[in-house]
Design a protein around this ligand. Structure first.
Ligand code: UD1
Length: 349
């Protein structure tokens, strides 16, 4: 296993949430791009095994700590130990349904982690921050596709998870006013799916998945009996909800492309990470049937509360300013998801 050396050591990138679905894929792309990631994770929804697999994929020893970002003292120790160049913050709770039941937990965790990271940035003079935000901040689309100029109306967001992202974006915008010399980038993800092409890492939800693709994947391996299609009467071509699914490796590469902006002192920037194309629930089931070669049982159910008919991105700004566009199509998303799920039917356990 190689140790990263020389100049690379100067560019330490802290990745809170680095053992999670998005964070672990970012860690791989950071290594590939020549940075030295430091993964910190409280492992509340992730597994140590994931980072071992990342080491297998990259051939590099990954610096990692089991730390909760709510623990300011432990976080400070990391900043004391390493001259951190930038932070990619993927540490957050993300279950919409759970956030409705446990709003205090969600606000405390998602906002508290951000505030502790910003506190350390001030104390240790770190200037570059990249935030995992979500298309959920747009609320109900007033027009499609959603570009970054679309209004974000907090009151229109139906759950504490989404509101916590909205509030975090505002905290970061206010922080930029006080620290104009900092660089802060908000990346609004649409629907990240798929897995690393090695099939060694992928999404590993603890408990029943809330999101469509991990749910379908668990049906295919027999862990769940059938897919519930939430709503067949939407104003969409086949009546089911339409979303902008994007391969998780494309999302991770979007972070690397965005980090180049730090070098030109970009200030505050906001980018959508989506493909610009929407697929329906029925199309997603068919696509995973094709990738897995199996028939996927489903039931048509009533709508899930808070769901929207159609959401997809205008990814033009990221293409123009970052030179980044999603490269992986729906077949690749499903093939990679299937490779991960079929090789690891019980996730990392
Ligand atoms: C959800 C969250 C969003 C969050 C994102 C990623 C809501 C309203 N939005 O997005 O804030 O950023 O997850 O964590 O929850 N579906 C089914 N059956 C299922 C699951 C989903 O039919 O078992 C349908 C949904 O109705 C929707 C589509 O599949 O039309 C995608 O759902 P999902 O994967 O949960 O993502 P979003 O709802 O887009």
């Amino acid at each position: 296993m190689t140790e990263v050396s020389g100049d690379q050591k100067k560019q330490y990138v802290l990745v809170p949430g680095g053992a999670g679905f998005i964070g672990s894929h970012c860690v791989i792309e950071l290594v590939t791009a020549g940075y030295t990631p430091i993964a910190v994770d409280n492992e509340c929804n992730s597994s140590r095994e994931c980072l071992k697999r990342v080491e297998q994929i990259t051939g590099c020893k990954i610096i990692s700590y089991k730390i909760d970002c709510l623990d300011l003292e432990s976080l400070r120790d990391i900043f004391k130990k390493y001259p951190i160049y930038a932070i990619i913050n993927c540490a957050a709770l993300k279950s919409v349904g759970e956030s409705v039941q446990k709003p205090i937990l969600y606000y405390k965790n998602n906002i508290g982690c951000l505030l502790n990271l910003l506190t350390c940035m001030e104390e240790f003079n770190v200037k570059n921050f990249l935030f995992s935000s979500s298309a959920t901040v747009y609320g109900t689309p007033k027009y499609l596709p959603l570009d970054e100029k679309h209004p974000c109306i907090g009151d229109a967001i139906t759950n504490p998870y989404g509101k916590s992202k909205y509030i975090c974006e505002h905290i970061l915008k206010d922080t930029m006013v006080a620290h104009p010399e900092w660089n802060i980038i908000l990346l609004r993800y649409f629907n990240p799916v798929g897995a690393h092409k090695t099939g060694l890492i992928g999404e590993n939800p603890i408990g029943k998945p809330n999101n469509l693709m991990p749910y379908i994947a668990q049906v295919v391996v027999g862990r769940l009996p059938y897919v519930n299609i939430f709503g067949t009467d939407y104003n969409t071509p086949d009546g089911t909800g339409v979303r902008d699914y994007i391969h998780v490796v494309d999302v991770a590469m979007g972070h690397i492309a965005a980090m180049k902006q730090f070098e030109i002192n970009c200030g505050l920037k906001i980018y959508n990470l989506g493909t610009g194309k929407g697929y329906s629930v029925r199309e997603m089931i068919k696509a995973l049937e094709k990738a897995s070669g199996k028939t996927i049982p489903y039931k048509e159910c009533s709508r899930r509360s808070g769901d929207l008919a159609t959401v997809y991105a205008d990814p033009t700004l990221a293409a123009q300013e970052l030179g980044w566009t999603a490269q992986r199509n729906l077949d690749e998303m499903c093939e990679d998801l299937w490779r991960w799920q079929s090789n690891n039917p019980n996730g990392f356990q």
